[in-house]
Each structure stands twice: as structure tokens, then as C-alpha cells.
Design a binder for this molecule. Sequence first.
Ligand SMILES: [Zn+2]
Length: 277
Amino acid sequence: MTRREALLYSIGLPAVAQTRAALPGAAEAGPVRWTPHPVFPGAPILFRSKTISGTATWLEKTIEFRRDGAGFSALAGVDLDRKVGKYPLAFGDQHMDVVVTPHAYRSSVITVPDRFVEPPVEVQARIDEERVFRTKVFAASPAERFWNGAFTAPAPTRFTSSFGVRRVYNGKTKSVHQGLDYAAAMGTEVHAANAGRVVIARDMYFEGGLVTLDHGDSLFTLYMHLSKFLVKEGDAVEKGAPIAKSGSSGRVTGPHLHFAVRWQGVYLEPSTLLRLW
Ligand SMILES: [Zn+2]
């Protein structure tokens, strides 16, 4: 086991993640470099360039290369359902091909109270309202960057369940797990993964106590199942700032912190985001 593998093992990364831990990226021949290397479905990507700034196109989405140290960078990602293959990153009249390689995600079976699998009719209006609210928040991200530098873990603990795991709830609802579950005893302090604006700090039916940070350019981090809020909607927060206490509210099997990363409408693998720098 190399030192890096030993480190990853000690923070509880699943075996599947260790095999692609050969980060950061090899040299690409061209003006843009990226991590991780290789790129895979569900991966966040940090594109970096010494010379390319402004607008680029990636997987039918517009991304912005903004000033970052001596050069420029853009944070993007690959949706989990993306087929493997070669996709262009287009800027000006140039492009570079990025290869998306296969990645194995696991399956698991979960048991939660029935009211979360088949919500009672009296909460349907609430669920609908929350969906509308969420959609509005995700559509309102400004075209600017609030984050700076590496994203940091929201809790100093192990994470126990991987992003992308296909879950069967109570033998019925099937869904894909769209975040990481950090082991967190009730009341563990939760920290902002990077600088941003608090756009959600309220109780939701499925998420329980939910804080959502907008990092700009349609990049969000989400913190779920909280027991206490330490920030309110509209607050600006710095990287590492305490934002909440963990709990066991919403659709859970026990106390933990669910941490998710959303970029331009898709959820990305959080532990990779934490290792891009
Ligand atoms: Zn979770």
C-alpha cells in the first residue's frame, strides 16, 4: 500500500475509490489541464489553464474560466448517467477531447419508516411546495464565483456510504444515493465546505434540517438531516464556518450527515471534489 492509499484507507474511502486515486492528472497536450484523471460518470472536474479565460462549452453546458491565482479555472462535472466516451471541451474556435471512462458503483438495500417511501396524502402539498422552492433556489445562482481554493470536508469524521450507490428503500422505491454520508453523532458541528451564500436553512420533508450553500455559477453544497441551524437564509459564509449541528431528521436510518454537491442540475461525487486541489 502506498502512502496515499494508506491515507485514503484511513479516512474510509471505499475500495472502488482507491483504485482511481491516481490523482492528480497526467499532463494533457493542450492549453487546458484537468483533474481527476481519468474522468468518470458522476465526477466533478476542475479545468485549469494558464491562457484560456471566459466562456467554454462542456457537455452542452456553458462554463466560465475565471481568474484563479496566476491562471484561470472552471469547476464542472459529468452527470452520473453519461455514457462513457470522448467529449469535447470547446473554447473559442478550439477544443480538447476529454475521455469519460467507466466507473463501478455499488447497490444496497435500506429500510426507513414507510412514511418516507409512500408519503401520506396529507404531506403531499408540503412535498410539492418544497420541490417548487428548491427549483427556484437552484435556478437563481449568480454568474460569479464565491468559492476559492480547495473544498474541505464538512465534518472531521469518516464517511460511510458512497455516492452513486443504487438503493432500494423498503423493497420498493429505487433511487441513486446522491451524496456522501458522514458518520456524525447527534450535535456534531457541520462546516461550510467553501465560501458561499446560505440559500436554504430550513426543515424539509425528505432532507430534514437542510442547509444549502450557493458557491456561484450554479455550484451548490447541501447538508442534510440537521438538528440545529447556526446560519440563516441570506447569510454569507466563509470556508470552514460552522453552519449547523448534525442530526437524524428526514428520511434516515439514524444520525448522520448527508453531504451533496450539485452543479448545473446534476449531483456529483463529493469525495472527488475534496481531492481536486
Ligand atoms: Zn445520504
